[in-house]
Design a protein around this ligand. Structure first.
Ligand SMILES: CC(C)(COP(=O)(O)OP(=O)(O)OC[C@H]1O[C@@H](n2cnc3c(N)ncnc32)[C@H](O)[C@@H]1OP(=O)(O)O)[C@@H](O)C(=O)NCCC(=O)NCCS
Length: 157
């Protein structure tokens, strides 16, 4: 699969929102095309950092949004997803590495994220990418749903 990774722009918002709505993960939190779009517009206006991966037809196949303000001076991955039919091709790994490179370039040595406890596929992915589980956060984003806090130390190997 041919693809390029580039910094996100406002024109990516529709494509990102569509990917979010197609995944059971965001459906679980009640995210709709409208609510995702509103949130992404807010994040773009607030200068959230982000990368997208796009194919030869310039369609957005995945995204990762992050900042260095939510968790002290650590990096924090806020939203991350790959279009369902494009998973398992290394796109997620490449996007995550782009974030890690950018953070290291800015002397940020810790990367933090929350992952829904039942999202075993994503948890396996993060653990393979070197994230350590810190602990469970029950009812954190939504009552009845547990989030798992992960951290990766970017200066350790
Ligand atoms: C989690 C997610 C972002 C991972 O993205 P991805 O592009 O599938 O990630 P990768 O392809 O880099 O790695 C996924 C798996 O494919 C394997 N893989 C990578 N490149 C591959 C290739 N060329 N051929 C075959 N398998 C490959 C990896 O070994 C990995 O295995 P794992 O299941 O043991 O982790 C994606 O599954 C997703 O969008 N999920 C829904 C939304 C979500 O859960 N987001 C995270 C919120 S916290």
């Amino acid at each position: 699969m041919n693809y390029v990774i580039r910094v996100w722009t406002e024109s990516d918002i529709g494509g990102i929102a569509a990917i979010m709505c197609s995944h059971a993960l965001w459906q679980h939190y009640g995210v709709t095309l409208a609510s995702a779009t509103i949130r992404l517009v807010e994040l773009f206006a607030a200068r959230e950092k982000g990368w997208v991966v796009e194919n030869d037809a310039q369609q957005v196949m995945g995204f990762i949004l992050y900042n260095t303000s939510t968790f002290g001076n650590s990096g924090y991955i806020r939203l991350f997803g790959i279009q369902a039919d494009a998973t398992h091709h290394g796109l997620g790994q490449d996007l995550l590495r782009a974030v890690e490179r950018d953070l290291r370039d800015h002397q940020v040595n810790r990367l933090v994220l929350l992952c829904t406890a039942w999202n075993h596929r994503a948890r396996r992915f993060y653990e393979r990418m070197g994230f350590e589980k810190i602990g469970d956060l029950p009812d954190w984003i939504q009552d009845g749903t547990t989030e798992v806090l992960y951290v990766k130390h970017l200066d350790r190997g």
